[in-house]
Design a protein around this ligand. Structure first.
Ligand code: 5AD
Ligand code: SF4
Length: 439
């Protein structure tokens, strides 16, 4: 009988895609995925971006400890970003001695060997590759969806924003060869894939490590030519590297969605400087103006951190002012969370929790009405939507994203999943739109 595995993925799309590779590796050695803990192997693919992400993993490990007591043959594995940091990995090994296999973000390809070690030699299998220039193109993937796919274009990050743990968990930035990316997308398209999301910590610096002159914009033009692909999305764009060529590519290529996720993090130039973001509030607002002028239909979304060390009330009000000026289509807002090993963790003037929460709530009070107003502007308009699946809240409703990344719910039959339909928007809420499929 074949063995079974269950995987839980925490964090971002990068991790989701890594899990697709882990599933591919496991399938290749005969493991079948199931969706509960009664598996021969349970894997937690972890995230360390903020403290609550790590807490969730330790909570889950506590639960698995009990299961393992009843089923000693079960293997427990922890991988992903948390394992790349020595202190977190040591803490995991100490607090959770029942974990059998530990690997990181750079050695997913070693998983079969590690399983063998844990199973046949009954040894704890721990291996991490710290920082590497290698890219493993050969890994099989089990994709979660047929109609849309996540595609890595760069790995790692060189930016060292002072709050961020990613440069320590994902290593230095490296770009995949364009031929490998284009071949992967052509293959997907020939198998019915209609949408690709290109992933990189900073897609705008794609190409920097290639031996020839080939930029992110060049890559977009080439992907735009691939038959069968209808929607091209990408994230994330660092504002310091957003080029005119990229804006031109979005404008000229019909398949690129008119959506730019442009994390601002703070509206205060002083805080941006402390964050090592390498742009000013004015530069950012200039970029927004350029995008809105060149692509009037573009949606701009962002990430904002509240309560970075030393953030004063005036700094916070600068962020509120920026949000009002940009009028974001949507924004992810985060409370600053100390990440050990980063520069900001040792900064003085950490902001007390009550002040952080108060500012956070006041920011949302300004942000949500802006987002709702923008969503209301969609009422009466019709959008081409690739149907992702059934809505979480009701089986009668299907769901997909508009090209501006808005979640849209509409009535329809499950057989339409994976198809592109025209949906006319009837009503708007802060977090989603509702509409009707047009015949
Ligand atoms: N605290 C709070 N938010 C953080 N982010 C990254 N690191 C931290 C941190 N230490 C946020 C940033 C980033 C998003 C993915 O997570 O806004 O853009
Ligand atoms: Fe983190 Fe900054 Fe790199 Fe984004 S660009 S992953 S926020 S260090």
């Amino acid at each position: 009988m074949s063995k079974t595995f269950h995987i839980l993925t925490y964090g971002c799309q990068m991790n989701e895609h890594d899990s697709e590779k882990i599933c591919g590796m496991l399938n290749s050695i005969g493991y079948k995925e199931i969706d509960n803990n009664n598996a021969d192997l349970v894997i937690l693919n972890t995230c360390l971006i903020r403290e609550n992400a790590a807490q969730k993993v330790f909570g889950k490990l506590g639960e698995l400890k009990g299961l393992k007591r009843n089923n000693p043959n079960m293997l427990i594995s922890v991988c992903g970003c948390m394992m790349q940091k020595d202190d977190v990995r040591e803490k995991t090994l100490k607090q959770c001695p029942f974990v059998d296999i530990i690997f990181g973000t750079n050695n997913i390809h070693e998983l079969p060997e590690l399983i063998k070690k844990a199973q046949t030699e009954k040894l704890k299998a721990v291996h991490i590759i710290e920082n590497t220039v290698e890219i493993h193109e050969e890994m099989p993937k089990v994709r979660k969806y047929k109609h849309k796919a996540l595609i890595n274009i760069t790995y790692g990050c060189n930016n060292f924003c002072t709050y961020c743990v990613v440069p320590y968990t994902r290593g230095r930035e490296k770009s995949r060869e364009p031929e490998d990316i284009l071949a992967e997308i052509k293959d997907l398209a020939s198998n019915g894939c209609k949408e690709v999301t290109l992933l990189g910590q900073n897609v705008n610096s794609y190409g920097n490590t290639l031996s020839r002159d080939y930029s992110f914009a060049d890559l977009l033009y080439d992907i735009n030519k691939i038959d069968g692909i209808e929607f091209i999305r990408f994230m994330t764009s660092h504002p310091k590297d957003l080029s005119d060529d990229l804006i031109k590519a979005i404008k000229e290529c019909d398949k690129i969605c008119n959506h730019v996720h442009l994390p601002v993090q703070s509206g205060s130039t002083k805080v941006l400087n402390e964050m090592n973001r390498r742009y000013t509030k004015e530069h950012y607002l200039g970029l927004v103006e350029k995008i809105r002028r060149e692509i009037p239909d573009a949606a701009i979304t962002t990430d904002i951190i509240i309560g970075f060390p030393g953030e004063t009330e005036e700094d916070f009000l600068e962020t509120v002012d920026l949000v009002k000026k940009v009028k974001y289509e949507s924004a992810f807002t985060f409370l600053y969370s100390i990440r050990e090993g980063t520069k900001a963790a040792t900064m003085e003037n950490q902001i007390p929790d009550d002040i952080k929460h108060d500012r956070f709530n006041r920011l949302l009070e300004e942000l949500y009405p802006i987002v709702l107003d923008k969503n209301k502007e969609c009422i009466g308009k019709t959008y081409r939507i690739l149907i992702d699946g059934v809505s979480k809240n009701s089986d009668d409703y299907l769901t997909g994203r508009s090209e501006h990344f808005r979640l849209v719910h509409f009535k329809g039959d499950k057989s339409l999943i994976g198809k592109i339909v025209n949906v006319k928007i009837d009503s708007a809420k802060t977090f989603f739109l509702e509409g009707t499929i047009q015949k």
